[in-house]
Write a protein of this length. Sequence first.
Length: 649
Amino acid sequence: MPALGSRSAGSANPGATDRWWLAFIVLVIAAFAAIMPIQAQAQSQVQSIAASQSGGLEPRTYLVDPTGQMTIDEVRAKPADAFTPFGRALSLGYTADTVWLRLVVDPALADAELGLDSSRLVLRLTNPLLNDVRLYDPLQNNGQPVITGDAHPNTQTELDLSSLTFLLPRGQVAREVYVSVQTTSSMVFSVVLEPIKAALKHNRTYDLFGGVYLGLLVVFLVLAIALRVGRADRVTNMFIAQQSLAIIWSLTLMGYTRQYLEPWLGLRSVDGITNVIVLVYTFSVSLYGMFFLSQFKLRRWAKALVYSPVWVFVPLVAAELLGYTRLALSMNALAIIGFSVLGLVIVLFAIDWKSDAARVLPRWLVTFFFVLFGFATPLATSVTLQVEPVFQNAFVGFFFTTAAGGVLMSSLLLYRARAQAREAITTAMALTLQQQRSAEQAKFLGMIAHEFKTPLSIIKMVVGSGQLDQRSSDYSEDAIRNIDALLEKCLQTEALMDTATVSQPVVLNVEELVRDVVANSHRPGEIEIRGSGQTDINSDPTLVRIVLANLVDNALKYGKPGSLVNINLSGNTEQTVCVRVTNSVGRSGVPDPEHVFDKYYRSPGALSQSGSGLGLYLSKHIAKLLGGDLLFEPSKDELWFEVRLPRQL
């Protein structure tokens, strides 16, 4: 056995590796924390400029049209107090209403843009999943709306800058423009009005953020695939599927689905595919979380919830396919919040951390992940449910949660894989040691059996001489019979357990063999035999006799005194002959079905009688060796063992 401190591939300095991996996690999270406020800070500066130079007008206000029928002239005619001011972002949940935005465009925003096109400004709505967005600007398109949205083809401006983007003339004086928004998704977006130079800078920042983010997701996916090689399991496979969907879902929220699939599938198909991707990804996240927790020893109520995401999300996908998009997406948001909180509750209250399975992963690491996920997911998802986003891009919270979850879950999988490798090495070493001990025990039993066989034969001859009274003779005979049977079991076990083949099979009648075994038992009058069908088989008679003798001996020994042992033979099938031995439950009670065929196993009630715990173990092995099987079925009042033997060995 190698020393515990040796530097093997599976255990070399694990503490240092864990510290480096945790340091990597901290750096990634810090990078996201540093990148994401950039856009929010820049947007706040733009808002301050607009507010200070708009002549007292609110730079951003909105009006909700529940009918969806208002015209631009009716909206312009509304008094100022009919509009509600909002800040950098707006979230109205999953509503079917049309939302009208009134924005103040101030030409002062472009004063500093002398080296670039200073005659135009950029207006962008950051949610690429809005279906229909219409801009009404008195300085362009002769008062007719400029239309975009994922229900319409991409414009060149959107391809150059980002989704849902308009170019506005700078103008000479401050003016009001109106934007109408309709969507089947969540009415959540940020409104960005800025010079072209700032828009290009933000676009580069967003591309950098998106590249780092997608690169991380790919790294997590490749890591999971690498961990799967050679040790595939359900948790790793589910993470690979979930991480693949995370990449597809992220590309969808970034607007790439519309850009690349629309020419092939059409706009209506793209919109439906986008909604299904959102639902399926949320389902995969929830299901993976439950699958991951199922590897621990859970309380009964928690075990029943492992497949609960299927009960929730399958109806939601069906609702989306049937046209109830807003209902499906709003319930989807509530479901992911619910499952993130449920995962945290299970980790805190439903895991038996003292069990063997829990030792594969440290409690603090699992708890840290689910605490973070349990708080971050509701915060990120809440932006779709009428909660104002923190960042300029309403979906940055989603991206941060997904990236942080990927980092932490990859850490869990890596830690788990290393722990399983160490455990496999330990198990292999323990198995080798156990095999050595078993070999030594077999040799020891063989030696004992051979050493005591001859003396016992001599004692048996002396007792049989009649020089003892009858009662003593009976006791002696019984004791010697038990010792002889025990040693015979030891010899049979030693001889047969290492045997992989049987002797030349012969044709034998199982019913005749059973009757012969019964006739040679010590209480043949307590056995009743019933048979039906043809019971001829081609097998090894010696091995079959050992199995039948063990079953008959056990039934007589452990059955209820005075009750009959029933032996039923059935040869009604073409391939198999069955022999079922049934006895009433005696003082020994009912053995444990999971251990009844284990080597040396004896039920607590059977310890008062002689026995080796080898008979059923040996019989099971012989039945398998003969191509059949030995089955056990307990009930409250009866026990039966059934040996099934093939007709042709």
